[in-house]
Ligand binder design. Structure first.
Ligand SMILES: Nc1ncnc2c1ncn2[C@@H]1O[C@H](COP(=O)(O)OP(=O)(O)OP(=O)(O)O)[C@@H](O)[C@H]1O
Ligand SMILES: [Mg+2]
Length: 288
């Protein structure tokens, strides 16, 4: 049975989509993985939609025929298998990959369509993912940066949560409140997450505010999480900090997964590959 991980935070630009793409790509080296773009901004979909792997027209044609919106009518939809596309990428023919699928976002219609569903509008994603869960080892959902009906769908579908937090000034504003919202949803729906992974991101060790935020995550924030009635019952894991590196946004601007970009264009150099490997191992270990 596949594990469903949701990457969430109500704050925008904290590396939710980047984390989903890095983690999914890493897991897909040996496992069968599905990425779900449940954000109307379609950032994750666009990531595989540039010159790196895929042709914009071909992807739009696929979305037209296999729109995720079908799941709102309780119909099923076939995710897009991008394994061969990644493997055969001209610039990176040695790509190590087992199986990677994507359920692309249909864009702005996502939110409107969810609102219009007559019954069971909070469990649309859960119903659909439960029907295909057995076909994957891991399903990773990319969330939008707001508390909405789509957000509630994600919380109801997930087995474990990954919460990326940018280690910058002001990053912790609203962070406790966000945990409180999750705690309330868990209470309302009697949810029990297997793991809650906290992932500090975009860390610059030279900056004082980054150091202070990281320290706050590891002390008062962690204490607050553990003290919550429902969230505190989960296995809380703080993952190793992801540093701020220009190569992350550079690889995305080329529409290439970070690992493939580093392997192909930077000869595998730097500390990020090992870091992502270790982060993924830790997540897999805790999900078993
Ligand atoms: N470790 C990193 N180092 C440098 N830049 C990064 C890093 N992680 C993410 N970024 C950049 O930060 C920006 C925001 O990242 P991303 O799109 O993943 O955030 P998000 O939380 O998904 O945003 P949104 O809330 O809009 O969905 C992107 O331009 C991305 O390339
Ligand atoms: Mg995003």
């Amino acid at each position: 049975m596949g594990k469903i991980l949701a990457c969430i935070n109500q704050k925008g630009g904290v590396a939710k989509t980047s984390t989903v793409s890095m983690l999914a790509r890493e897991l897909a080296k040996t496992k069968k993985v599905l990425m779900v773009d449940f954000d109307s901004q379609s950032t994750l979909t666009k990531l595989v939609n540039i010159e790196g792997y895929f042709d914009t027209y071909a992807l739009q044609e696929y979305i037209y025929k296999n729109s995720m919106l079908k799941i709102f009518n309780r119909e099923t939809v076939e995710p897009l298998d991008i394994t061969e596309i990644v493997k055969d990428n001209d610039n990176c023919s040695s790509a190590l990959i087992n199986e990677l699928h994507l359920l692309p976002s249909p864009g702005v219609k996502l939110g409107f369509t969810a609102e219009a569903v007559p019954t069971g509008k909070n469990t649309i994603l859960k119903r659909y993912l439960n029907s295909i869960k057995d076909e994957y080892d891991f399903i990773i959902i990319d969330s939008l940066p707001s508390v909405s009906i789509l957000f509630e769908n994600i919380l109801l579908a997930a087995d474990s949560l990954i919460i990326p937090i940018q280690t910058k000034f002001n990053a912790m504003t609203g962070a406790n409140n966000f945990i409180e919202i999750i705690d309330n949803v868990m209470a309302d729906y009697e949810l029990n997450y297997e793991n809650i992974f906290i992932l500090p991101t975009m860390y610059d060790k030279r900056r004082k505010d980054d150091k202070e935020t990281l320290a706050e995550i590891n002390t008062s924030y962690l204490k607050y999480i553990h003290a919550c009635n429902y969230v505190g019952r989960s296995n809380i894991v703080v993952l190793d900090t992801i540093p701020e590196r220009a190569v992350v946004s550079k690889s995305q601007s080329y529409g290439i997964f970070l690992q493939d970009y580093i392997e192909c264009y930077e000869k595998g150099k730097g500390d990020l590959l090992l870091l992502l490997e270790n982060m993924t191992k830790k997540i897999v270990k805790n999900c078993n």
